[in-house]
Every structure is written in C-alpha cells, then in structure tokens.
Design a protein around this ligand. Structure first.
Ligand code: PGA
Length: 222
C-alpha cells in the first residue's frame, strides 16, 4: 500500500502563502509511491485546488458533527466533498485541548465524514485508544485512518518524536482494538531527517506532519 503523507497546516498561511506553496510544490520531485494529502484551513481550499492535478489529495482539519441544516456556523462534509475534499483530520489534540472536543464529538464527526465520502483521520494519543474505539461502530472502524499522535511529541508543545519501539507498540495496540487492517499513521515532530525509520515499517501506514509541511520543499523530502 502507498504510504500516506499528510500535511496539517493548522491555522497557518494566508492566500498568497498558500498559492506560493502550490507553485513551489510544482518545482519539487515528490516520491511517486507516496500518496500526499494537504489539509489547509477552509478558506484556502479554493487556492490549492491545483494540487489535485499534481496527484495530491485535499483534506481538512475538522468538519461538523451535524449534517446540512439549521446548524449556524458549521461546515459539513457535503460542503467539503463538493470542494474536492477527500480526507478530514478529526480529534486533533489541539482541538481536544483548546476546544474541549470529546471522543464522543469525534465519533459523531466520523459518521458525518463517512456519510459524505470523506475519509476520517482520527487522531489519538495512547490513553484515548479504548475510549475512542468504543464510540465508533465496527462497520465504521474499517473505513477510517487512525493517527497516533502523542501530545508530548507535537513540535509546538515542545515535542520530541516518539521513539520507534514505543510507536510500534502503540500501533499494534491500536490495531488490536480498531482492527488489524486499519491504516495507522504516526505524527509528532516528523521531518525529513527522522521520517524514514517510521515509513520503512510495514505496520505504519504513513505520517501526519505539522511544522515540516509548511514549506513545500521540505514536505516533498519526507
Ligand atoms: P508537528 O505537528 O509535526 O509540528 O509536530 C503534528 C501535528 O500536530 O499534527
């Protein structure tokens, strides 16, 4: 299976910077056997659409727990699907921490994403594995991607990447509860210098990348 390399731009970049990233990406030579996904902030989506022609998939960093209807201020899966979005990060630790998102909220978002043909990338730390898995029905578990992101490893929280043996242990724990075939990504301070050992592991389906995704030249070297 192709490794999934997911860029989480978080709330960074303005329109010009997003367009510059796309222009710069076109000059790079990304690895042909990797599937790249770029997740910008919503307002930037129309400005990165060109990436689809470069075989890069579009993703977002969240979506509504509700369907279309009277939910003021929400952005739902159908809106995003129409824009070409194919993936959504859900339950990132920043949202769990700053916006008080619960595993229950995230389970509702998983359902909405799947209803809109958007693949959820569900972020969890070690201590959330069982709680999150219990809230997602089994028939949905086989359609999602899980990202193991230890909070302490995220670069903006002063992170140090997870030691590979620990990562492998947690990935196998995740597969025990979510299903052996669930693709599991690793995220937390991933950069071109440290990514290879993770990506060489058969049980790790790819990486979720924050800071090192903000420059196209760096991201293409993962
Ligand atoms: P980082 O962020 O790569 O900057 O550590 C990863 C993430 O928060 O998704």
């Amino acid at each position: 299976m192709e490794k999934l390399i997911v860029a989480n731009w978080k709330a960074n970049k303005n329109i010009v910077e997003a367009q510059d990233w796309v222009s710069s990406w076109k000059q790079q030579e990304p690895r042909p056997h990797y599937q790249y996904v770029v997740c910008p902030a919503y307002p930037l989506l129309p400005f990165v659409l060109d990436l689809i022609e470069q075989d890069v998939q579009l993703g977002v960093q969240d979506l509504s727990a509700y369907p279309a209807g009277a939910y003021t201020g929400e952005i739902n899966g159908l809106h995003l699907n129409q824009l070409g979005v194919r993936f959504s990060i859900l339950g990132h630790s920043e949202r769990r921490r700053y916006l008080r998102e619960t595993s229950q909220d995230i389970a509702k978002k998983v359902e909405q994403a799947l209803d809109s043909n958007i693949t959820p990338i569900v972020c969890i730390d070690k201590d959330q594995i069982d709680e999150q898995a219990d809230l997602i029905p089994d028939q949905q578990k086989s359609k999602i991607v899980v990202a193991y992101e230890p909070v302490h490893a995220i670069s903006t929280f002063g992170g140090q990447e997870d030691p590979l043996p620990t990562t492998l242990q947690v990935v196998s724990q995740i597969k025990d509860v979510f299903g052996v075939n669930v693709p599991v990504l690793y995220g937390g301070s991933v950069n071109p210098e440290n990514s290879l050992p993770y990506l060489q592991e058969e049980s790790i389906a790819g990486v979720l990348v924050g800071s090192a995704s903000l420059e196209a030249a760096t991201f293409s070297k993962l």
